[in-house]
Design a protein around this ligand. Sequence first.
Ligand SMILES: [Zn+2]
Ligand SMILES: [Zn+2]
Length: 121
Amino acid sequence: MYDDIECPYCGKGFDIDTCDGFGCTEDEVYEQECPHCEKNFIFTVSWSPFYTAEKADCLNGAPHTYKPSHTYPVDFVKMVCSQCDDHRDPTPAEWEQIEKDRGEKRGDWARDGNQRHKVKE
Ligand SMILES: [Zn+2]
Ligand SMILES: [Zn+2]
């Protein structure tokens, strides 16, 4: 977590709630009271887009690097490419590996549910 803004008087950071839900307009001047030193100051907003670039070899001819998602129950696991976010259903061989890794089999959750409600005889 980081603070939205730093008070120009006392230098302490805090969150601005003025913009919540509405979205402040760029180039507008807003007034704000510092909750720490109770001085008033003004601020402006500039929304700078923030990009993070990562290599995605699979978009350049290399194979996708599929990894099983951590979905629960295991029935809904998909193979998700860790680079481009592409996803597909696991192959039978991958299902075997996934079920082994997770220690549960597809359909287990339904069976568990039934067992929980089962009355002991
Ligand atoms: Zn302050
Ligand atoms: Zn990919």
